[in-house]
Design a protein around this ligand. Sequence first.
Ligand code: ADP
Ligand code: MG
Length: 256
Amino acid sequence: MAKIFCVANQKGGVGKTTTTVNLAAGLAKVGQRVLMVDLDPQGNATMGSGVDKRQMTLSVYDVLLESASVAEAAVYSEKCGYHVLGANRELAGAEVELVEVERREKRLKTALAEVGDAYDFVLIDCPPSLSMLTLNGLCAAHGVIVPMQCEYFALEGLTDLVNTIKQVHANLNKDLAIIGLLRVMFDPRITLQQQVSDQLKAHFGDKVFDTVIPRNVRLAEAPSYGLPGVVFDPAARGSQAFVAFAQEMVARIGKL
Ligand code: ADP
Ligand code: MG
């Protein structure tokens, strides 16, 4: 059975999408079979995986509304080496349409149960909110990866997410746990970032991943080429960090 992880943080611009596509590419690089699910109507993870969101015939929207299976709607990104269940603006409508239906927060979970052993990892890129879409991601997942910048309000911002995860754990998904906090866009020259990083470790212990993702311009440039940094420029420091993170994930999963 595939291990399913949500990449979530209710803040926008913290590196969720960058983490999702680069971890997917890193896992593919170390021989894992990966499905990347884009749950954000902006479709950045889709475009950033070399799939044109405007040309898709089927997307995660069709899967949530049960008019297509994951196997039907996912496409293989040749360049990236992983499958993509893409999203586009249509997905914004799902939020409203799902209000009317039964088991609305379990649609993705049910759909992913059908893919069985086809993948080792499923990674879900969540939108920057604690919406019905994010709830679908959290219900489907075994764990949550939380990318965060080591800034002054970082810990405060975590409280809402941790409370939501606790509630989902208690009411909807007993499997759910925070797998880890990933420090991203890290700049060791900034004293404040070092301090926040130390606070994170003091507070969350081994829930903080060992791998640190540096701020690296190649990671920011890659999406405009429709590629994760790991594929666009494998030698870049940021790309190497994501491959190391993929290896850390594989090692951690062995212990789950
Ligand atoms: P989110 O999905 O949480 O909104 P993104 O992954 O889209 O965040 O990242 C926000 C912006 O920061 C993007 O422009 C992205 O290219 C850039 N970015 C993300 N991670 C890094 C990094 N490690 N180094 C440099 N730029 C980064
Ligand atoms: Mg995003």
